[in-house]
Design a protein around this ligand. Sequence first.
Ligand SMILES: Cc1cc(N2CCCCCC2)n2ncc(-c3ccc(F)cc3)c2n1
Length: 257
Amino acid sequence: MINKLLKRNTETVIGDMERLSLVRDGIIPSHIAIIMDGNGRWAKKRSLPRVAGHHEGMKTVRKITRLANVLGVDVLTLYAFSTENWKRPKMEVDFLMRLPEEFLSTFLPELVAENVKVEMMGDHTNLPAHTLKAISKAKEATKDNTGLILNFAMNYGSRSEIVDSVKELAAQVAAGTLNPEDITEDHISSGLMTKSLPEPDLLIRTSGEVRLSNFMLWQLAYTEFWFTDTLWPDFNEDSLIEAVENYQKRNRRFGGL
Ligand SMILES: Cc1cc(N2CCCCCC2)n2ncc(-c3ccc(F)cc3)c2n1
């Protein structure tokens, strides 16, 4: 019995290694963005409080960050808290606002050792000081790292991001330093929080929801979308490999023929 289990486990490990090797031989999406949905539903299925799903989802963040780094992904953007999330019960919001420091208190040393650079995009105002302090410490500790950029979207909303970019251009036009007819797509892109990042190549959304929820609306214009019914806490290394394998089968035309 033990031998059969060992044999099967060995075959599984070898199979996984071969699958990982095949994926790494293919085109790896430079920027993967993920809408990490299904945490509350995961908890409800287990008669657990919603916050248990968020906490389990945080463990998935570790797993997927490690694998993305191994695959050679350049940027991993994770939609951790949207501007709409403030409408949730205060207890849940307070819990969510503690997750960054819980995640970083245990995972920051590994992120530093693995050359991962922590970044955050979103509206800093209204985020609690303790949350910002933890994230700022991680950004500082990893600012010189040159590996995977782990970009957390916190209190982020795409439409307000675009409005802010347009306002900046309007101010330049009002100041006479920019002619309206000279405004290009690059002017808008350069005013976004993602101005220093490549646009996402692959967007993943979990839990069966098929919508963007005010996430990177401008940046996702030519991104490949992959939707899965898997709930975020159940999303694992196999799930990410499957998404990248699917991505590698697509023929991206960026609007062309
Ligand atoms: C608000 C929130 C929610 C949050 N969830 C866990 C993942 C599922 C989605 C919602 C709950 N996670 N997971 C990690 C972070 C985080 C954020 C910034 C940072 F620098 C380090 C870690 C996080 N932040």
